[in-house]
Design a protein around this ligand. Sequence first.
Ligand code: ROI
Length: 168
Amino acid sequence: MSRAWIGLGGNLDEPATRLRRTLARLDQLPDTRVIRHSALYGSRPVGPADQPDFINAAAELETELTPLTLLDELQRLENEAGRVRTRHWGERTLDLDILLFDDRVVHETRLRIPHPELEHRGFVLVPLAEIAPALCLPDGRRVDHLRAACDATAVWYHGPAEAEGESH
Ligand code: ROI
């Protein structure tokens, strides 16, 4: 049994609703359950500024899948969300990134763990630090320390991940 930390993001077609739905879908993946997830955060786009603000979140999974089979499942969910990806660093319906997987280091063509941009990105570190402040990267650095050192000025609390009257 492994622990995986996932980053969720999107800025097209009602991203808050989509991220809420995606958290429920993650819990239905084979041999996988969601242990905890963050609130939803709004964030200014990293990349071209002439695109909508993003919604971001993070989730902790317990899974029997390997990193690559988990990646396959996440890409299936992205495709089911009718993933649209227009330009480099542009708008998209749904992004699901494996941020950390136990304390493993993976360097495959398709997959790098820890996620190479993790340590720089407020929109990843703010939700991740909400659910796993004491989590350490394989090199020993703590998530809450990285969060304190990053520029999180363009990230704000959007709301709970559970819609009114809904529970996951
Ligand atoms: N910017 C923000 N704020 N949030 C994201 O999830 C995000 N994802 C991306 C790029 C386009 C780099 N910018 C982002 O892939």
